[in-house]
Structures are given as structure tokens and as C-alpha cells.
Write a protein that binds this ligand. Sequence first.
Ligand code: ZN
Length: 661
Amino acid sequence: MEQPKQVDILLRGGTVLTMDAARQVFDPGAVAVRGGEIVAVGPQAEIDAAYEAGTIIDCAGHVVMPGLVNTHTHLPMSLLRGLADDLRLDVWLYGYILPVEREFVTPEFSFLGTLLSCAEMLCGGITCFADMYYHEEEVAWAAVQAGMRGVCGETVMKLPTPDAGSFEESLRYCEEFLSHWQDHELIIAAPAPHSVYMCTPELLEGTTALARRFNVPQLIHISETAAEVEDWLTQTSLRPVRWLEELGLFQTRVVAAHCVHVNAEEIQLLAKYRVGVAHNPTSNLKLASGIAPVAEMLARGVRVGVGTDGAASNNDLDLFEEMRLAALLPKAITQSPVAVPAVEAVAMATTYGAQALHLGHLIGTLEPGKRADLITVCADTLHSLPHFQTTGHNVYSRLAYTAHAGDVRDVLVNGRIVVRNRELLSVDVEAVLEQAKTLAQRINRFFVEREGSVLDKLVDIGGLEQQETFEVQVKGVLQDKAAFERGLAHDQVHITQHTTRDQYDTYMIFDDPEQGRLRYREDHVIQEDGSVQPIYFLTLTGPAKEAEYENSVILSRSRYTAPADRSLRFYREYFQPVAEKEIVKHRERYHLRYKGVDFAVNLDRILQPAQDRLFVEIKSRTWSQQDALRKARLIGELLTILGAQPGDVLKQEYVDLFEET
Ligand SMILES: [Zn+2]
């Protein structure tokens, strides 16, 4: 009889799930590990006879299986877990996540958040991840410290990010990052262009060139929401997958997160180009993005893995939960209980996940020659017993439908034992949690202060000119339009510009009047040929007038103005006003000079709530008390010239003048 060969670790007893192509199960089985590699897998008696090891892990009562592969996540975001929930994707992203990231995301943040996430993932049986975040160099270092395998994607987008002021800068960072981590045994450094809508063609060409040069995959979000697809169709007349195909992105190895809204043609393309798809059921449900057509993708040969997405949109990193949803949701949407059976769901969390990350040659199954990434899962639990062996699928059912992350007992990554008897050996969890709690207090203070200020919230979503300007203004009822027109022809009045507009204003009103009022204006400038050029902007006006002069001219602190590049719905959900009022008016606007001073004069007909009177409004910018006094006097003169009677002067804004009808 041959002498037993020496290996480092033997996992013996238990049900060994190989997840190989034949889906072999050995029960009782054993796995022999030498260095970072699996050297043998088979029936326990066979492996016992052939191998000896210094470390023997008794796996009786456990399932021994490949480590789970989390195909899409944003690891440092575990530090933002539970920060802003139950919001629409755009409000969540632009209103909360991007502002807090701008403020708090540093290299230390990425390192700490990754350690926290790796601790959670390892304890839950995840041995490999694909991440997209900032300061990805730190993510990689933290993962190595935790002893995890990962594809670390440095996020590249057209907007400034916490680690780059421009996309050129972020491509440079990416290039350096990729060159530092070539041929690492645990880490694959990759470029991660965020999505079609956050990128430009040049940017995607840049990441594609890097992926080719370093021979690494690219990570990207694709077709997460229906709105993304519709916008892209409008802008480019192509759906995102087709557009990316034309751009040449799929000439590299791509991992596409979400693919919730892909049609049959796109699914064919994903299969054709071997694009790995990361299905994130919890995140898609929570953000109400939809349910990806997983059964159809699998049937067409697309490599679909499961992912948790970031902890800010999940909110945990539990791949057992994702596996379960990956099996359950297709049944509901296809109305077929045979769609995505348990064994397919387990494959998505292991071997398909590995293939989706283009790592199928290294991990995802228990086979000789593969890296030793494996876990043991307790099968003798209250929620798992009793066991049946009526079909070969019972063990997969237990994993997909009853197992919890907390059932994981041991975890090996690359042959290193990182979790033993539920104890994480590679990360000082207490210290990491302490630091996370301290950071959470700082983030808390930031949000408490911001939520108390409409202005701070406005500043946070960008584009705002935070300039305080002062304006003298008056408004009057116009009794006689002919008198107004005669006034415009007055020899001291020189019109420099005239425009015609329809203005649709929505005023958002807040509980605390000191917050001021926010106006969303759709300004339809009517061109000479009758066509309309709409402009959208937001204006925050302060609560009180600063002073009042003769003729009821008031000095008001105006206005913080920002272009409104999002929908009214977005602002409504983000600012959460207690009330809204709408004013629609037709405005003839004149810029004129009177006695050497520039004024804006508006002749307004209020259409909603409909008024039968015309109004005239005169305004001028000012910068000092002296100047304001002088302009107040001139405005008084102009009012008379333009035919408004002194008794017809109004002190209120339109929004305060009319009760809603
Ligand atoms: Zn994501």
C-alpha cells in the first residue's frame, strides 16, 4: 500500500458539495489542501487513505462547499449602513450618498469600511468579492489584511469623486493602482466605470484601454432602472447594452451589475460577449429598481452570479439571503415554481459567480488544482433539520431555502484558515467596530445640521451659486395697460431688452419660516418664431425683507439660485416641504435704463390662480444702504411713469397674494 501523502489541511466528514460540472456530492467526503491549493476531493475513506495532514477539521454534521462569491458590492459603504433608507434611487444617490461621500470618504474611510465588510462577509461564508469604490488601493490592502480574495474596481466617472477631481485624474489613479497589483495572489485590480449615465465615451474608451493593457476585467452598473434605459434610448437611440457593444466595451472581460431592464436582444449580447452579470435582488427590491430576468439569462447561457450591492442599499452582506431571493423571485415573475431551482441558486452563489467574475479557472468549485477557497456550513440546526435524501437536490434546498449566514463555521481563503469555529482570526472586530461607531457619530452630526437647513441641502446637491445679493423691488396693480405702454415710450426710459415668457412656479414651503421658501421655476422663454425654450431653476429666497423704503419699496435679501437639472418630483422628495403653491403667469420682461440706472420691469398676467388684473413689478440690484435709498426713489418715479397709482402698491409676493383656488 502506498504511503499517505502529506498535505496541510484535511477537511473530513460532512457532505462535500463540489459544485463541479457533474455536481458531484461526497457524503461523507473529504478535501485535502496543500499551500493555497485543493489537491484532492472525494469520498472520506479514499482521501483518508491517501493523505495525512497537520491540521484536520472534522466536518461531521456540516456541508463543505466552495466559498461564496459576492459578485457586486461597495465595501466601504458598510460605514453608511442604514443612513438613508426608503428613498428613490436618485434622491438616495444625489441627495444623500454622494454628499456624504464628498464629505467623509478618505483613504482611511475606504480601509476601515472594507475591514468591517470583510469581517461580515467572511463570517457569512463569502470568500471572494467584486468591489467598486474610491481609494480602491485601500480596499485592496484591507482585503489582503482580512485574507479575502477580491476584484477591486476603482470607480471612474465624469463627476468629481472623493479621490479624483476629474475623470482624467481618476484614470491616472486607476492606471497606477492597476500597475501596483499585477499578479497578486488575492487581488485583481480593475477599472470600474460607474455606468453609462455617469460616464462619457472617452472615459469608457480610457477604461477599456486600461483593461486591455493590464489584461483585467472591467466592472460597471448596467440597466439598473427603467429610467436609465429610457433616458439612454432618448439620448442615443440605443439601449445601454447595445450602446456599450458599439463602444467596444465588451471586447474586454466585463462584469455588469444589475441588468434588471434588459430585453431579449440584450440578453443575447450578454451571452455572446460572455459578460458576467451580478444579480443583486435585495438592492433591486429595496430601491424598487425591478427584478432582473434571471431565469431567461441563465437559459440563454449568460453567466449570472449574485451580489449584495453596498450595505447602504441592502443593508447587510448576506449572500445566503441573496441566494434565496435569486431562487424565489424568478418563480414569482414567471409564475413557475420550477424556475431557478435550488441547485441553480447555489451555483449562482458559487461556480456561476466565479465565472461571472471571470475567475472560473481559479475558484467556484471544489476540484483539484483550484484555489482552496471553501467553507463549512452547519447542517444540524433547528431551522435545517430533519434531513431527507429523497433526491440529490435535498442538500441544495437546505442551502438555498433554510441556511443562514450565521450557520457558517469555518472559512478558508487561498488555503488560509480565516474563520475557525465561528471566530474570525484575521480582523480585530472590536477595534473596527469602535472606529465605525465614532465615524457614525460624526456623520450623524453632519446630517442633523444639514437636515435643519434648506440652504445646506440645496448646496449639497450642487450647482448652487452661493452669493448673497440684495434687491430693491416693488409691485403694483396696473389699472391701465395703455398708460404702461406710454410709460415705456417716455423719453427718459430706454428699453435695452424685451422677452416674453410663461413661468410655471412651484413654491415649496417649510415648517420653519426661517428656512425661507424654495421656488422651482419652469421658465418658458418664447422666441420670436413662437418656439419655446424652457429653462429650469431653483431659487431659495430668505424669510424676511431687510428694510422698507418710501413708496413701499422693499429691500430683500435674495436668492440662492441653481439650475434645476432634476425633476420637480426629485426636489419634492428630497426637500420634503410641508406645503406647495403653484403660480403660473405670462410675463413681458423689459430691461430698461432710467436716469442711468438699470431696472428690470415685469408686466405680469397671473394665469393660475387666474386674476383679472395686470401687475407691474420693478426691480433693481443693489449693494449698499445708500444705493438702495436712491434706487427706491427712482422706482417710485418709474411706477408713476408706468401708470401704477401710489395706492395700488403691493407689499407681498404673488405666492402670498392669492389664496389657491
Ligand atoms: Zn452598485
